[in-house]
Design a protein around this ligand. Structure first.
Ligand code: KIV
Ligand code: ZN
Length: 514
């Protein structure tokens, strides 16, 4: 049997896409979940890109024990040094260095000749070996590179010590048959290829990232780069859950290939990413979408009842979708609440944490009759998974109506002090956010605002997600409540608190001279 190495780049290629940024703590939480999922390699970031990236790679390197932790680095000593430094605490570490090899990238982006690129690639791999034996080299835009040059580069970097050579379809241009042929040609034309694993990194611009990755596997690739929910630059990367489940469900076709992924953790991992980034998958998304296992048509239901396999090729339980939707209410006890948390996959909470959540659950159950799984998850994130909390909303009051002048009064807790402020605006949300701005004495611009219902019914919790500009810096925030104004204020404060936390972090690093 041939084990397919799953290289997860959710926290690097995925996170670098607009709208998917995560704080250091969020990245660590996600990395721990990726470890439970069983990914072989976690690309935790690009250490040299920013202080936040460095910190994230470093923290993930400290926390993750089972998976290899990796940092991206350009083929530059300074980048590689930063990656090596950030990865120092990791039990298993990999440096992933890259340089572009296609004529268009070499001429217009790098302004280098092919020989210079080759020299840089070899030098980068040799230098990275000072920090770890596990070095991966990527020939950026490999798909549009000249074959003979690509073979030459791969041969040279393997000779320099690269253990993995990665073939990125950087612009998502390849089609499956052609991409499979490329992998097979690399196997047949790079003389020392037996000393390295061939990896692929496919973008989804033509919607072919998963198909290309799978064809590459069929043609001998031993590692696939993928992201949870397929997030990533532009149209994203190959979706991890789709690659993994295709290999599992179609073992008759992939025959000797298997992965070490614990597929029962897939759904939870997908949900965690959605919650952390505030970006949800479309209902018809393969494997993890809400409709992926829903059978509405009568003819399907009839077939399913007669024999499940008539319309279902995999079981929802195989990917960890909870088998039943249990609705809790105000009469549900702590035991039922704890059991539901465990069924949703949150098994390692302390008794203290459960007590805190249960108290919040009771408050919520008093406000709305039925408490759904989505509501419980929202509480969990609001109460336990938030890594920063500076300013808190204590109280608010709104006057609004089609003839009234919308006016809001808010009471906030800022650094232990209570501040009350009032403002008028265009509507209840506008006036509430203006009152908050006034209390905090900040100027900001609201760039984006959206609201969605978290569960069912008119009393459902609403989740507000917004993007605010503070000093021209874009910060996202989210808040939930059964009251949409409260959810809006919470989302704004979430963004403000993130902004302050980020600023404090940068100031601290400057003070330390880093
Ligand atoms: O798309 C790409 O080429 C990349 C490389 C850095 C592997 O993300
Ligand atoms: Zn990429």
């Amino acid at each position: 049997m041939r084990k397919l190495i799953i290289f997860d780049t959710t926290l690097r290629d995925g996170e670098q896409a607009p709208g998917f940024s995560m704080t250091v703590e969020e990245k660590v939480r996600m990395a721990k979940q990726l470890e439970s999922l069983g990914v072989d390699v976690i690309e935790a970031g690009f250490a040299a890109a920013s202080k936040g990236d460095f910190e994230a790679v470093n923290e993930v390197a400290k926390e993750v024990k089972e998976s290899t932790v990796c940092s991206l680095a350009r083929a530059l000593h300074s980048d590689i040094e930063r990656a090596g430094e950030a990865l120092a605490p990791a039990e298993r570490k990999r440096i992933h260095t890259f340089i572009a090899t296609s004529p268009i990238h070499m001429e217009y982006k790098l302004r280098m000749t092919p020989d210079q690129v080759l020299e840089k690639a070899v030098d980068a791999v040799q230098f990275a070996r000072n920090f770890t034996d596990d070095v991966e080299f990527s020939a950026e835009d490999a798909v549009r590179s000249e074959r003979e040059f690509l073979y030459r580069v791969f041969e040279a970097v393997i000779a320099a010590g690269a253990k993995t050579i990665n073939v990125p379809d950087t612009v998502g241009y390849a089609v499956p048959e052609e991409f499979g042929q490329l992998i097979s040609d690399i196997l047949n034309n790079v003389p020392n290829i037996d000393k390295a694993v061939i990896s692929v990194h496919c973008h989804n611009d033509l919607g072919l990232a998963v198909a290309n990755s799978l064809t590459a596997v069929k043609n001998g690739a031993g590692q696939v780069h993928a992201t949870v929910n397929g997030i990533g630059e532009r149209a994203g990367n190959a979706a991890l859950e789709e690659v993994v489940m295709a290999i599992k469900v179609r073992k008759d076709y992939f025959k000797d290939v298997y992965t070490d992924i614990n597929t029962k953790e897939i759904y939870k991992t997908s949900r965690l990413l959605c919650r952390l980034t505030g970006s949800f998958v479309q209902p018809n998304k393969a494997i993890v979408g809400d409709n992926a296992f829903a059978h509405e048509a009568g003819i399907h239901q009839h077939g399913l009842l007669a024999k499940r396999e008539t319309y279902e090729i995999m079981k929802a339980e195989d990917v960890g979708v909870p088998s039943s939707k249990i609705v809790l209410g105000k009469h549900s006890g702590r035991h039922a609440f704890k059991t539901r948390l465990e069924e949703l996959g949150y098994k390692n909470l302390s008794e203290e944490e459960i007590d805190k959540l249960f108290a919040k659950f009771k408050e919520l159950a008093d406000k709305k009759k039925e408490v759904f799984d989505e509501d419980i998850e929202a509480l969990l994130f609001e109460e336990l998974f938030k890594s920063y909390e500076e300013v808190k909303l204590l109280q608010f009051q709104i006057v609004s109506g089609n003839k009234a002048i919308p006016t809001a009064t808010v009471k906030l807790k800022v650094d232990g002090e209570e501040i009350v402020s009032t403002a008028c605006g265009d509507g209840p949300v506008d006036s509430a956010l203006r009152a908050v701005e006034k209390a905090l004495n900040v100027k900001s611009k609201l760039k984006d605002y959206s609201i969605r219902s978290l569960s069912y019914g008119k009393d459902a919790m609403g989740e507000v997600r917004l993007i605010v500009l503070f000093d021209d810096e874009e910060v996202s925030g989210k808040g939930v409540s059964t009251d949409v104004i409260e959810a809006s204020v919470k989302a704004y404060l979430d963004a403000y608190n993130r902004y302050k936390a980020r600023k404090a972090f940068v100031e601290q690093r400057i003070k330390e001279g880093i």
